[in-house]
Design a protein around this ligand. Structure first.
Ligand SMILES: NC(=O)c1ccc[n+]([C@@H]2O[C@H](COP(=O)([O-])OP(=O)(O)OC[C@H]3O[C@@H](n4cnc5c(N)ncnc54)[C@H](O)[C@@H]3O)[C@@H](O)[C@H]2O)c1
Length: 301
C-alpha cells in the first residue's frame, strides 16, 4: 500500500490531448517515471511533439529550467506496447476516447496485465467508475481521477466506485497533492463530478445560444472573459478540449437524462464531420496557432 510513500511509476493509457499533459505534470511535479502508451503510433508521435511544446511554454513562463526540462524528458517514455507500459506501474491512468464500451474493454485488459496491487483510474469526463469496475477483480483499487486543462486549472476530481477503499482514495489524494493539483473530492457518485458538471451546464447554454444564432461565439467568449476574469472563454476552452470529446461528453449527459435540451447541437456535429476538432487539427471555433481571442484588444472589439 502506497498511502504514505510517493508513487514511483505510473502508466498512462491514451496519449491524446490529456495523456501527455498528465505525463508532463507527474514527471515535473512528483518526479514520477511515466510510461505513456496508445494504440495509435501516430498519436504517440504527436504526443512527443506536444511534450516539447508544453515544455517550451513552461520554460517561456520561467516555470522550468533546461535541467528540469531534460529531467522530464528522461522520466517520460513512450511505447505502443501496453504490457510493457504497465510493467511495475503503481497507478494506471486511462485517458482513451470517451466511450464506455472502449473503456470497459480496456479495463478488463488492464486488470489482467497491470501489477495486482496497482490502482486503476479513469480520466473520463463523465463516466462514473462504477460503470467500469465490474470488469475488474480489484474494485477496491479503482476510481475516477478527472483532470482539467493542467496549464490553467491544476485540480482533479476524485470519486470512488461502489467498493473503492479508503486507502485508494487517500493514495490518489496524496498523489494529486504531489503533482500540485487541488483534489476535489466527490462524496457520492455523480455524473460529471464537481466543477465539470457546473462547466457542462454553462457550456450547453453557450452552445445552444450560438447554434440558434442568438449570440456569436466570440461575443459569448468576451462576456465570459469579462465576467470571470479568465483569459479564455467557453468556445476557446472547447477548442482546447477537442470538439469530438466535447460532443461525446454532451451525448453522455443527453443519453443519461433523455432530455432534448441537453442534446449537443447538430451544428457542432457538422464541425466535427468536417474535421474541425479545435487546437488538435488547427481549426475549431478559432484558427490556430494564433487564435484571435489571445489578442490584447479581443474583449473590447
Ligand atoms: N480533452 C480534455 O480537455 C479532457 C479533460 C478531462 C478529461 N478528458 C477525458 O480524457 C479522456 C481522453 O480525452 P482526450 O481529449 O485526451 O482524447 P483524445 O482523443 O485526444 O485522445 C485519446 C487517445 O486514446 C487513444 N486510444 C483510443 N483507444 C485506445 C485504447 N484502447 N488503448 C490505448 N489508446 C487508445 C487514441 O488513439 C487517442 O490518441 C476522455 O475520456 C475525456 O473525456 C478530456
Amino acid at each position: 500500500m502506497f498511502v504514505t510513500g510517493k508513487l514511483r511509476k505510473i502508466s498512462i493509457v491514451g496519449s491524446g490531448v490529456m495523456g501527455i499533459q498528465i505525463a508532463v505534470r507527474a514527471a515535473w511535479k512528483a518526479g514520477n517515471r511515466v510510461s505513456l502508451t496508445d494504440i495509435s503510433e501516430k498519436a504517440i508521435a504527436a504526443s512527443k511533439v506536444r511534450e516539447e511544446q508544453i515544455l517550451s511554454v513552461m520554460a517561456d513562463k520561467g516555470l522550468v529550467t533546461e535541467y528540469e526540462k531534460a529531467k522530464v524528458r528522461e522520466l517520460i517514455t513512450f511505447t505502443p506496447d501496453l504490457d510493457r507500459s504497465l510493467k511495475g506501474a503503481e497507478l494506471v491512468i486511462e485517458a482513451i476516447i470517451e466511450d464506455l464500451r472502449a473503456k470497459r474493454e480496456l479495463f478488463k485488459k488492464l486488470d489482467a496485465v497491470a501489477p495486482s496491487d496497482a490502482i486503476l483510474a479513469t480520466n473520463s469526463s463523465t463516466i462514473p467508475v462504477s460503470r467500469v469496475e465490474d470488469v475488474t477483480t480489484r474494485r477496491e483499487k479503482i476510481l475516477n481521477i478527472h483532470f482539467y486543462d493542467l496549464e490553467r486549472m491544476p485540480m482533479v476530481d476524485l470519486m470512488g466506485g461502489t467498493k473503492t477503499s479508503k486507502e485508494t482514495m487517500m493514495t490518489a489524494e496524496k498523489w494529486a497533492r504531489d503533482i500540485d493539483c487541488i483534489p476535489i473530492k466527490v462524496n457520492k457518485e455523480l455524473l460529471g463530478f464537481c466543477m465539470n458538471r457546473i462547466w457542462h451546464s454553462a457550456r450547453i447554454e453557450a452552445l445552444n445560444m450560438w447554434a440558434n444564432d442568438y449570440v456569436d461565439f466570440e461575443t459569448i467568449d468576451r462576456a465570459w472573459m469579462v465576467f470571470t476574469g479568465m483569459s479564455i472563454g467557453p468556445f476557446g476552452m472547447m477548442d482546447n478540449i477537442g470538439l469530438d470529446t466535447v460532443y461525446n461528453v454532451h451525448m453522455m449527459y443527453y443519453n443519461e437524462a433523455n432530455d432534448i435540451s441537453k442534446k449537443p447541437p447538430d451544428k457542432l456535429k457538422e464541425m466535427i464531420d468536417r474535421g474541425d476538432l479545435g487546437v488538435k487539427t488547427g481549426k475549431g471555433f478559432y484558427s490556430y496557432p494564433d487564435p484571435v481571442y489571445v489578442k490584447h484588444d479581443f474583449v473590447k472589439r
